[in-house]
Design a protein around this ligand. Structure first.
Ligand SMILES: *Cc1c(COP(=O)(O)O)cnc(C)c1O
Length: 226
């Protein structure tokens, strides 16, 4: 069994190889080590191996782990956020990935104003149209984007998506490409860069990097299966 440090090293190498294939700079992609369900001791092993950016999907779990680990670490919320957890989430996370409705974005904006914060967010897009997935449909996003970009506190930095579960990573490519094309179009239309694309998990992050991801969310390929 490879160690956690070896897993991390392989994922890093695979990401750089994918950036080279795509003619991109290695520094244009950041690896989020998705540490959900793993305790602080295991996360510390990843920290010892040089990892500083982590992803959690539950606010309750992050409330326990974040204070137990070095303050120099950076945390992203990658899962669905409930409105009643926004106030607790804001001080923990530097980026909130899964903003999937206009109502949630407005709740975040209102609470951020009360707390004197300007949170960075990504809008989740359901590119595949699978009913089980959270996120704006591409059409809905086009309709809502102007209003979302006008929210005074919230800073929309880009989009996030999850491809349908599949054995073959190549089957995710059209969804990742579609998110990039949607972003390019929305960025042209709005004049706002929307520079961040969060896409790719353990099974498909290399394809996601080839298609323009700059944040990949990798859990089990680093920490082992949950
Ligand atoms: C759990 C999770 C991941 C990581 O999944 P792995 O397959 O373990 O890499 C990525 N993104 C989201 C939103 C997740 O919930």
């Amino acid at each position: 069994m490879p160690s956690l440090a070896e897993n991390l090293e392989s994922v890093r190498e695979n990401i750089s190889a994918a950036t080279r294939r795509a003619g991109r700079e290695a520094s244009s992609v950041q690896l989020i080590a998705v540490s959900k369900t793993y305790p602080a001791e295991v996360i510390r092993e990843a920290v010892d191996a040089g990892q500083e950016l982590f992803g959690e999907n539950r606010v309750q779990e992050a409330l326990i782990k974040v204070p137990a680990l070095p303050g120099s670490l950076r945390w992203h919320l990658i899962g669905h956020l409930q409105s009643n957890k926004v106030r607790k989430a804001l001080p923990l996370f530097e980026l909130i990935h899964g903003v999937d409705t206009t109502d949630l974005a407005k709740d975040i904006d209102r609470i951020a104003a009360e707390e004197g914060m300007s949170p960075r967010i990504l809008l989740e897009v359901n590119v595949s149209g699978e009913g089980s997935k959270h996120g704006f449909s591409p059409e809905n996003l086009e309709r809502e984007l102007e209003g979302l970009l006008a929210l005074p506190r919230v800073q929309v930095e880009g989009f996030m998506t999850m491809a349908p579960l599949a054995q073959d990573p190549e089957s995710a490519r059209p969804y990742f490409a579609a998110l990039r094309e949607l972003r390019d179009r929305m960025s042209q239309k709005s004049g706002i860069p929307l520079g961040t694309l969060s896409m790719g998990m353990s099974g498909d992050y290399q394809v996601a990097v080839e298609e323009g991801a700059n944040l990949v969310r990798v859990g089990s390929a680093i920490f082992g299966s949950r």
